[in-house]
Design a protein. Structure first.
Length: 81
């Protein structure tokens, strides 16, 4: 399944945007998200698209993929509860 999310950084009052993926389905082991093979592709201006894959073999339901801070993409790529 593919989903597109588009956001614009034209609001001068906001310096940082964060992008997370959350596993709402839960699961017993807490590692379902990390074994999902999920991928996020970031299209940013005229730059070549960048792909980020969910970290493997980690526990947690929240994947902190990246932030946009003052117009720059900062990769986090970590999983937490």
């Amino acid at each position: 399944m593919f989903k597109n999310v588009t956001f614009y950084t034209d609001n001068s009052n906001i310096d940082e945007y964060k992008y997370y993926v959350y596993n709402y389905s839960g699961g017993n082991s807490g590692e379902e998200l990390s074994y999902s093979g999920a991928r996020v592709t970031v299209y940013y201006g005229t730059q070549k698209p960048k792909e980020y894959y969910v970290p493997f073999a980690q526990s947690g339901r929240t994947w902190n993929v990246f932030s946009v801070i003052d117009g720059e993409v900062v990769v986090n790529n970590s999983i937490s509860e």
